[in-house]
Write a protein that binds this ligand. Structure first.
Ligand code: FHN
Length: 461
């Protein structure tokens, strides 16, 4: 009887969900991604937003050439020639556990690993193709298996990047990336689609709980007529792991069935990198992925690393815009993380240790981004992050105003009122007053030690 009741309740929920979806779609044209997720998925999405900070890993046989993950395409390397890289792939210093300990020390809560990038090489022991890290390399270890065990051991969630585009397989119908041409007559979409779904099934059945599948490469075919078969593929993923989220870096507003929205090298609403022209910010959880230097995969010459301070500020800005921050690392061909990346992880870790409570489990604050920085919020606590205090290694007052001889910032008027404000690092209470334009907070002379992010904590009524 109990089971019958449960089944009836479940059915009712399902039907109600479907009805709301249909009604919304019919009356507003909004896609399912914007409508009613299951209770379970709502919880998963919320937990994802709480995590706030993840590490992106671009690692594959391309790393051996030290020229980024697009080297096959950029250098017009034929699949036959490129495949020889696998013959020499033996990352003798690879330790999944060491990686994960570094991520954990940095305060990251999840890792997104490139299971298969555009070069078509699979970084796990897939039965769908011998072109994989276990069978085609002298290394002969299932890198993904090791990573998933290390993640499980250390409590880090595992997300998987999976490329829709493939420069290696002749069955994949070449799209806008034409540098590695294939004989169009052998392209076979049904075969390729079945191959991808076989691989996705393996990933979702053999590597423990997968937090998300992170698709990329769909932009290779922008033609309306090209049907990627997303509905069926997304259903497969949700059927195999109902708690697995789906994100797709198609550079446009989320499609039906997606659980979070991605922004590449940009914060939500921006389009400085040129990948977000076609997208509007949705109500889904948001994630901004960014590189430490200029490349995703290992580049032996790209030393243009952003400073740790700059990376921390990007993470904080993302949180202030209600987005997670996915920070990329391109490990070396020997399996180690570049020294520069390790240093950044250590520095970010120190910041998160001290100020993580202003980031984790917060949402973008009730005060939208301002010229001086951003706010994050948990319940009635508002964290005010002054991010412009450093310029060229010196204190800067950009975005702040000097009023009656004192430095101050204005929280513009909104549906909130401030009860008290203190400086987070010291607990010192700060003076503030309500003005016509909002709440003005007076900031004491700032020590040079808090230059990365000068944080105030305000209690709201
Ligand atoms: O082409 C890829 C690129 O190599 C990298 O994986 C990034 C990560 O966001 N996404 C693609 C470009 O949109």
């Amino acid at each position: 009887m109990k089971h019958l009741n449960q089944r009836i309740t479940l059915r009712l929920r399902l039907v109600t969900g479907m009805l709301i979806t249909l009604m919304l779609t019919a009356s507003t044209g909004i896609t399912r991604a914007e409508t009613v997720p299951t209770d379970q998925m709502r919880k998963v999405r919320n937990e994802f937003q709480d995590k706030k900070f993840g590490i992106f890993i671009h690692w594959g046989i391309y790393s051996m050439l030290g020229d980024g993950e697009w080297v096959m395409h950029n250098k017009k390397i034929s699949p036959e020639e490129y495949a020889h890289l696998a013959d020499g792939f033996c990352p003798s210093l690879f330790s999944a556990r060491e990686w994960v300990l570094h991520f954990k020390e940095a305060g990251a809560q999840y890792v997104t690993f490139t299971s298969r990038h555009h070069d078509g090489f699979s970084m796990w022991n897939t039965a769908a193709s011998d072109y994989n890290v276990m069978k085609a390399t002298p290394f002969g270890r299932d890198v993904l298996k090791e990573l998933s065990s290390a993640c499980a051991q250390e409590g880090i969630a595992l997300h998987l990047y999976y490329s829709h585009m493939d420069w290696y397989r002749p069955e994949y119908p070449t799209g806008s990336c034409k540098n590695v041409p294939h004989d169009a007559s052998v392209a076979n979409w049904p075969a390729y689609y079945a191959f991808m779904n076989r691989q996705l099934t393996e990933l979702l059945t053999g590597y423990g709980p997968i937090g998300a599948i992170w698709f990329d490469g769909m932009w290779d075919h922008k033609e309306e007529s090209f049907d990627w078969g997303l509905d069926e593929q997304y259903q497969l993923i949700h059927r195999l792991q109902p708690r697995c989220m789906i994100g797709n870096n198609h550079h446009s507003t989320p499609h039906d069935g997606e659980d979070f929205q991605l922004f590449e090298q940009d914060l939500p609403g921006q389009n400085t990198a040129g990948f977000s022209g076609g997208q509007t910010v949705s109500t889904l959880p948001l994630e901004s992925c960014q590189t430490m230097n200029n490349t995703w995969g290992y580049s032996i010459t790209d030393k243009a690393y952003k400073s740790s301070e700059e990376i921390i500020r990007r993470l904080v800005r993302a949180a202030g815009m209600n987005a997670n921050f996915l920070l990329n690392i391109g490990p070396r061909p020997d399996g180690q993380l570049p020294d520069e990346a390790v240093k950044v992880l250590e520095d970010v870790g120190r910041f998160m240790q001290r100020y993580g409570k202003t980031i984790y489990s917060t949402r973008g604050g009730c005060v939208p981004p301002q010229p001086w920085g951003v706010t994050t919020q948990r319940g009635k606590t508002l964290y005010i992050h002054i991010l412009n205090n450093e310029k060229d290694g010196r204190i800067s007052n950009e975005g702040l105003e000097r009023i009656e001889g004192h430095l101050s910032l204005l929280l513009p008027k909104g549906k909130y009122s401030v009860k008290s404000v203190k400086r987070l690092a010291t607990g010192d209470a700060l003076t503030f007053r309500h003005e016509a334009g909002g709440t003005r907070i007076f900031i004491p002379a700032r020590p040079t030690t808090d230059m990365t992010d000068y944080i105030l904590e305000a209690a709201l009524n």
